[in-house]
Ligand binder design. Structure first.
Ligand code: MN
Length: 489
């Protein structure tokens, strides 16, 4: 049986505290998931709101390859709303643990079963594909759980799902449960694992080993509390470690992760497997030396596999190989002695607890090597206006390789307006995009020195740059322009 991937970023993922997507954002994410190659998109829960139904309808109407699924409680009204959204299938969920039945439904096991089978029958009669799902299955009486799922299958459910709703399985327990379920049910079974003890990925893999034929996952592991099993972890572990083909277009994983990060406003932790900033970043001298000789020394697989690039980080652990390699990439050819001096300057900054950005490394190298730093873009003039009852507006005059360029922009605040004004000029002459903007106040008080770090890309390379100033607008603009000049060098 081919393994199916059900992505629940738009349902369980959106239930992450503080996350709410607009219908347009949901549609854009759904299209990206479809291109990624997921089999089933759980697009949302129609009972939630009118906006949610609008989003699901938009996704259903898009003609995507993936099966479009809606979450339903075992209520006729939920099924009706799903039908109005014209989905292909529903994820029909009934709690099976005594604590859920008592506290939430106030029903006996028998009453719950009746309610579930009634809703199932109603959905099937209306032509829906049904995934019949047991919530909190892993804290339920196993006999009752299997009996309920079996009756659902007998009634015509197309597949069933066992939910580890509060993430209490361990890989061994999960393997045992899914082995028993496979033997008992003889039907397609999905695994829905949560990450409360950090084992969602491991448990999902164990379930598949034991015969589960579908994995519920979310991008970046978004989801209730500690989240769901993450698509990127489950898929890469299956492909790279278990030799299981998932049908996912692996090289699109990183861009989908970034899209979901942007719309969910939940930053991906730096050391997150596969998609975190540090997943393919190397700083220590020993590691970089190894990586440059053969990447497999310190990488389990190549970053290009998931659409990423290897990144060398500069700081106190940096060695001479990394400095030489990075400067060569920028077309700078330092002598051995110059490398040594550049490295010692780097380490001084590193010892102050600073991460050294690409633009700073370039500036240090230029100084040590006695080159003037070529500046393709220079700021000549910047005016920013902000206040009460006016739209923050900025105008900028820049010199780009002897050409004079003028532009203006508005924004949600003065920094945004300034960055937009400059960004618009740069758009005309380069394809550079701002990926990330990060600001820290170094000291307290309203006169604090602020430290801005930006990450920019020209579509191929990514560089980081820093701007430090007492003026947040100038710190931001300096970081932006230094980054642009590094990319253009
Ligand atoms: Mn869940």
């Amino acid at each position: 049986m081919k393994l199916k991937i059900l992505d629940s970023t738009l349902r369980d993922g959106e239930q992450t505290p503080g996350v709410a997507f607009t219908p347009e954002q949901k549609l854009e994410i759904a299209k990206a998931l479809d291109e990624l190659g997921v089999d089933i998109i759980e697009a949302g829960s129609p009972a939630t709101s009118e906006g949610e139904r609008k989003a699901i309808r938009m996704i259903s109407g898009e003609g995507l390859n993936a099966e479009i699924c809606a979450f339903c409680r075992c209520l006729r009204q939920d099924v009706d709303l799903a039908l109005q959204c014209e989905v292909n299938s529903i994820h029909l969920v009934i709690p099976t643990s005594d604590v859920h039945l008592r506290a939430r439904l106030q029903k006996t096991r028998e009453q719950a079963k009746e309610m579930a089978l009634e809703a199932l029958d109603y959905a099937l009669k209306h032509g829906l594909v049904v995934e019949f799902s047991a919530e909190d299955a892993t804290r339920s009486d196993r006999r009752f759980l299997f009996e309920l799922l079996k009756e659902g299958l007998k009634a015509g459910a197309h597949r069933v799902c066992i939910c580890d709703t509060v993430g209490v399985l361990t890989p061994q327990k999960c393997y045992d449960l899914f082995s028993a379920a496979t033997k008992e049910l003889r039907a397609p079974i999905a695994a829905h694992c949560h990450n409360d003890f950090g084992m969602a990925t491991a448990n999902t893999l164990a379930a598949i080993r034991a015969g589960a034929s579908e994995a519920h996952v979310t991008i970046n592991g978004l989801g209730e509390r500690a989240g769901n099993a993450s698509l990127e972890e489950v898929v890469l572990a299956l492909e790279e470690l278990e030799g299981v083909r998932t049908g996912i277009n692996l090289d699109k994983i990183y861009q989908v992760s970034k899209l979901v990060e942007k719309y969910s406003k939940v930053p991906v932790q730096p050391h997150k497997p596969i998609v975190g900033d540090n997943a393919f970043a190397h700083e220590s001298g020993i590691h970089v030396h190894g990586i440059l000789a053969d990447p497999s020394t310190y990488e389990p697989f190549r970053p290009e596999t998931v659409g990423r690039e290897r990144k060398l980080i500069f700081g106190k652990h940096t060695g001479s190989h990394a400095v030489e390699e990075q400067l060569l990439r920028w077309g700078m050819k330092p002598s051995k002695d110059q490398v040594k001096r550049i490295l010692s300057e780097l380490k001084k900054l590193g010892d102050l607890g600073k991460v050294v950005t690409d633009s700073e490394l370039r500036a240090i190298a230029a100084e040590v090597m006695g080159h003037p730093l070529p500046e393709a873009v220079k700021l000549e003039e910047l005016t920013v206006v902000t206040g009460n009852k006016i739209t923050p507006t900025a105008s900028a005059r820049l010199k780009f390789k002897e050409r004079e360029l003028v532009s203006s922009g508005v924004g949600v605040g003065p920094v945004d307006a300034a960055m937009n004004a400059i960004g618009r000029v740069l758009e005309e002459v380069t394809n550079i995009q701002l990926l990330e903007y990060h600001v820290d106040a170094i000291s307290g008080g309203t006169d604090a020195v602020v430290d801005v770090i930006v990450k920019l890309t020209d579509g191929k390379r990514i560089v980081t740059a820093r701007g430090v100033s007492g003026d947040i607008i100038m710190a931001s603009v300096r970081a932006l322009l230094d980054g642009v000049n590094t990319l253009l060098s």
